[in-house]
Structure formats: structure tokens, C-alpha cells
Design a protein around this ligand. Structure first.
Ligand SMILES: C[S@@+](CC[C@H](N)C(=O)[O-])C[C@H]1O[C@@H](n2cnc3c(N)ncnc32)[C@H](O)[C@@H]1O
Length: 252
């Protein structure tokens, strides 16, 4: 069943993520954005992660309820299950309460729901929820394409879905980095998949193959980046001075 596919557990960094969530001295906090039934969160709990360190965000309250029914853990799950939209920027809204508190974001089958402009907003909003953590990361998967392209789709809230190639996904994160004054390193790759083929025959799908884009996006620390920028600035300043001295000497 599609919504019992534990996609997070198949990612290369899963074991490291699990270890960070279980670390009792400095436990990480993970947000599952668009968590639906929250199966990835339940898998983490089954593998030993304390549910206190887990947050689900889901637009549809009925999916959250169905998740509690499915996993029979309404009393046992001690994390947060927030009903709301990641695009909700209200200062006192439920999403604002997460600001600066998240180390890891799972975004499974989520980015592809939106147009490119909305994906930029989504990325900016996610970065704003994150801690300034050298190990901060955003990871997940969604439908992809060998070239980045926007397609019309009745499945998307705005009628448009942007399907990424690894390169276009890197460009997306370059824009998100610029808008948030942070730096992110993108590792993204495509795989041909035989699952998730439902709806493929519909008119919004123009490709012959179903491609899945997997990604792990790691933060490059602001301290490191700032230090590099400062070094770069000082370097540029000195080269200008040397160039000027040379010019003056040559004129003599
Ligand atoms: C394609 S499903 C993916 C569910 C889950 N992550 C998985 O991998 O199976 C996308 C989910 O995102 C939710 N969603 C859509 N827009 C959202 C938004 N703006 N904020 C939070 N959740 C949203 C939908 O209700 C749906 O449950």
C-alpha cells in the first residue's frame, strides 16, 4: 500500500538520522512535512527513536486521525502532530512555533506537489524552521524528470507541478540559499521506479518512464561560510591594494 511505504528508511542517511534522534545528550528534532498518515514517523519510533523528538505537519486533519487509528498510538505518540500548512506564515500560527527548532526535515513526495515559485517559498519556510546546525539536513524523494520542467496536473493545489532533474533541484536550493542567506549542499539522484505508477496514463504525465528524484540536502554552516566570505573579502581587498601598488610602480 502506497501510504505504508517507509521511504525515509530507504535513504542513505537513515541510520545516522536515527542515531541523532536517539542521542540523549543532544537529541535532534525531525519534522515530517506533509506527513499524511505519519508512517515514516512511526517507522522511526519502531526503530527506537523517542517520539518526543518527532514532529508531523499535515494539512488534512483526517489524515492525522487516520494515522492514529492505523498505528493505534494516540496515547503512546509523545511527539507533535500539527495540523496546518507549511505556507502559513502567520506569526502566532502553529507552524511559527517550530521556528529555529528543527534539525532534520523529511519531505517525502512533497516538493513535487507545487509550482517552482511555491517550491521556493516552501524551501525558504523550511529553512526558517531549522536550527543553525552544521548537521542540519532536508531529505526525501518525489517524482522527477531528466530535465526540470513544470507540468499541469489536477493533483497539484495550484494545477502546476514542477518536476526536477538533479541539476534543477540544485538550482532551486541555490535560490533558497540566496533568499535565506544560508548555504546548502545538494546531493540528488534519479532512479527509475516501478512503484507509484498510478495515474501515469493520465494526460498530465508526459514521460515514458517514471523517474523518482531522491535528495539529501545538507547545510553548510553559516560560521564556515561567513569565515570563507570574510577571507574572500580580505583576499579581494589585498589584491586590489597590490594591483594599485603595481600600477603606481609601473608609472614611475
Ligand atoms: C503525496 S502526500 C505524501 C505523504 C507522505 N509524506 C508520504 O510520503 O507518503 C502529500 C501530503 O502533503 C499534505 N499537504 C499538502 N499540502 C500541504 C501543506 N501546504 N502543508 C502541509 N501538508 C500539506 C497532503 O495533505 C498529503 O497528505
Amino acid at each position: 500500500m502506497r501510504f505504508l511505504d517507509f521511504s525515509l528508511a530507504k535513504m542513505p542517511s537513515y541510520d545516522k538520522i536515527l542515531a541523532r534522534l536517539c542521542d540523549t545528550t543532544a537529541p535532534a528534532r525531525l519534522l515530517d512535512v506533509g506527513c499524511c498518515f505519519g508512517q515514516d514517523l512511526r517507522r522511526l519510533v519502531a526503530d527506537g527513536a523517542p517520539s518526543e523528538n518527532l514532529v508531523g505537519l499535515e494539512l488534512e486533519p483526517k489524515f492525522v486521525d487516520l494515522g492514529f487509528g492505523l498505528f493505534a498510538d494516540r496515547e503512546l505518540f509523545k511527539g507533535q502532530m500539527i495540523v496546518g500548512s507549511i505556507f502559513d506564515e502567520s506569526v502566532n500560527g502553529p507552524v511559527a512555533s517550530l521556528k529555529g527548532s528543527i534539525n532534520i526535515v523529511n519531505a517525502a513526495f512533497f516538493f513535487h506537489l507545487f509550482s517552482l515559485d511555491d517550491q521556493i517559498k516552501l524551501g525558504v519556510n523550511l529553512v526558517n524552521l531549522m536550527k543553525d546546525d552544521p548537521k542540519a539536513m532536508v531529505l526525501g524523494r518525489h517524482l522527477g524528470s531528466s530535465i526540470g520542467e513544470e507540468r499541469s496536473s489536477p493533483m497539484a493545489p495550484t494545477g502546476k507541478m514542477y518536476f526536477h532533474s538533479p541539476d534543477s533541484f540544485k538550482s532551486l536550493w541555490a535560490t533558497i540559499s540566496e533568499r535565506t542567506q544560508t548555504t546548502w549542499h545538494v546531493n540528488a539522484w534519479l532512479e527509475v521506479t516501478s512503484t507509484h505508477t498510478k495515474g501515469v496514463g493520465e494526460s498530465w504525465w508526459t514521460g515514458n518512464q517514471i523517474l523518482m528524484l531522491h535528495f539529501e540536502v545538507h547545510q553548510v554552516t553559516s560560521v564556515g561560510v561567513e569565515t570563507n566570505l570574510q577571507t574572500e573579502r580580505v583576499g579581494t581587498w589585498w589584491s586590489r591594494i597590490f594591483a594599485r601598488i603595481l600600477q603606481v610602480k609601473q608609472r614611475k
